[in-house]
Design a protein around this ligand. Structure first.
Ligand code: ADP
Ligand code: MG
Length: 463
């Protein structure tokens, strides 16, 4: 079958979904950040009943342990129509269960917490998203038309959840009286890690969908939409030859701009070690982590009056022969600090990545005065921040501006403020651990901080 999908047939929500890629569509992305899902009580009674019936059943189904092999197996270039359809079916087999698990987790929070307008907005978003997938349950996605419609639904789903984190953060701060911080941490750790996986599954299919539109039929559509930039090293949202040095430089420029706005000072940074190293990883995740770690390093440097001292970022590729690299690469885990199960790869075919490291460690060294030992045990807690300390504003006030809510960051977190949400470290750690990496902070109080970011690449890509 000749595989022709015309980009111009994609309605705007689908294009909006691609705006989740900040690097490709920074401006357009921001146009869509205000979307809010329709609350469930606005919907017909029948769909509410269907949802009520389905949630407990779906939530009782086990979560599929997603591996990187799962993500790449449908994306082998050149992508056939059958592979695209099977990617859509695979995505559909995972998402309703994942959403139902989140709905159940939200329902098990104390009632007064779920009634908070911010938390209930998130709850409604999940219910809304599940209700858009339910009509697909039991159907087989067997034509490209189905696939286009399904991808539209995914695009809306990704868009609906863009702003989740600042909204949840605000909600939990407002509910501080009714729920202990340990309970909040437990909930958020699980919820936000699960969210990483859900977005990844949806975005992977959307990206594969777009990478499968090489033919344009001018007769059917005389005015083509501009096609998304194509990257030969990408398989969906995974870059098989990602250079951390490039990500560091682009995120460094962005964070330096924020510093200039906040403090009138533009800190500098130097990349050393092996700047040419590359590995296979999800660029959106690396962008998120590096942006948050650089915000912390730059902020500390400026506030410590050391702006003349550059932040030094050392890239150390993992040697191909190291014992760590011999292990099968990362397997998704919904739960914090759960050991990876070693990824049972179905090794039919392997793309050798000889030139790319199996993983990298990135050390970010600043002269920002380090972290007070009194607060050191707290820095991994959600909402813990020393930003705006001693001022009248509530904790986190720096991050609540409209502009900051979901704008800029592909993950809908953090936005353009330098600090204040207190989610930078714990969420960066969740992203790093997602594929088997980690983050360690070493503070030399009175001098500066070293942050070690260890990331495991895809290694060999196995189909
Ligand atoms: P936020 O940046 O919003 O405060 P984070 O989770 O990123 O939240 O960091 C939590 C706290 O950890 C910061 O408020 C700061 O006190 C401390 N911290 C993190 N990184 C550094 C650093 N490089 N130097 C000094 N303090 C740091
Ligand atoms: Mg921070």
């Amino acid at each position: 079958m000749k595989f022709t999908v015309r980009p111009s047939r994609f309605p705007s929500p689908l294009k909006a979904s691609l705006l989740t890629s900040k690097s490709n569509y920074p401006r357009l992305y921001s146009l869509f950040h205000n979307h809010q899902a329709r609350p469930l009580y606005d919907r017909p009674l029948s769909s509410r009943h269907e949802l009520e019936d389905q949630v407990p059943w779906l939530a009782s189904q086990p979560l599929h342990q997603l591996s990187l092999a799962d993500l790449v197996k449908h994306g082998r270039p050149p992508l056939s129509a059958e592979a695209l359809l099977s990617s859509a079916r695979f995505t559909l087999s995972l998402l309703p269960i994942r959403l139902a698990h989140r709905i159940q987790a939200l329902r098990s929070l104390p009632y007064i917490v779920v009634s908070n307008p911010n938390i209930s907005r998130i709850y409604n978003n999940y219910q809304h998203s599940l209700s858009t997938l339910l009509p697909w349950q039991g159907k087989t996605i067997s034509t490209l038309d189905d696939e286009i419609k399904f991808t539209q639904v995914l695009a809306e789903l990704v868009q609906t959840h863009t702003d989740t984190i600042p909204i949840l953060a605000k909600g939990f701060i407002e509910c501080r009286k009714y729920i202990s911080s340990a309970e909040v941490t437990r909930f958020l750790d699980e919820h936000l890690r699960a969210r990483i996986g859900t977005r990844l599954v949806a975005e992977q299919h959307i990206a594969l969908h777009y990478s499968s539109t090489p033919h344009f039929d001018p007769e059917a559509s005389p005015t083509p939409c501009p096609e998304p930039e194509t990257h030969p090293s990408y398989i969906g949202v995974i870059d098989t030859a990602l250079r951390p040095a490039n990500v560091i430089d682009s995120c460094g420029g962005f964070v330096a701009d924020i510093c200039e706005l906040n403090y009138g000072v533009r800190p500098e940074w130097v990349v050393d070690g092996a700047p040419d190293a590359s590995f296979a990883f999800v660029p959106m995740h690396l962008e998120y982590i590096v942006t948050e770690l650089l915000k912390n390093a730059f902020r500390a440097t400026v506030e410590n009056g050391m702006s003349r001292e550059p932040v030094v970022i050392t890239i150390a590729p993992e040697p191909a022969s190291s014992p760590a690299s011999a292990a099968t690469p990362g397997v998704y885990s919904d739960c914090p600090s759960k050991p990876s199960n070693g990824g049972k790869a179905k090794a039919h075919e392997i793309i050798p990545l000889h030139d790319h490291a199996p993983g990298v460690t990135i050390r970010i060294r600043d002269r920002g005065g380090g972290i007070n030992p009194d607060v050191l045990p707290e820095i991994w807690g959600y909402s813990f921040t020393t930003f705006n300390e001693g001022e009248d504003e509530p904790p986190g006030a720096g991050a609540w501006g409209e502009e900051a809510m979901g704008l800029i960051s592909t993950t809908g977190v953090g936005g353009s403020t330098i600090a204040g949400l207190g989610y930078g470290l714990p969420l960066s750690r969740a992203y790093a651990e997602y594929f088997g990496g980690g983050i360690a902070v070493q503070s030399l109080y009175g001098w500066g901080t070293d942050v070690y970011l260890r990331l495991k690449g895809v290694g060999k890509i196995e189909y």
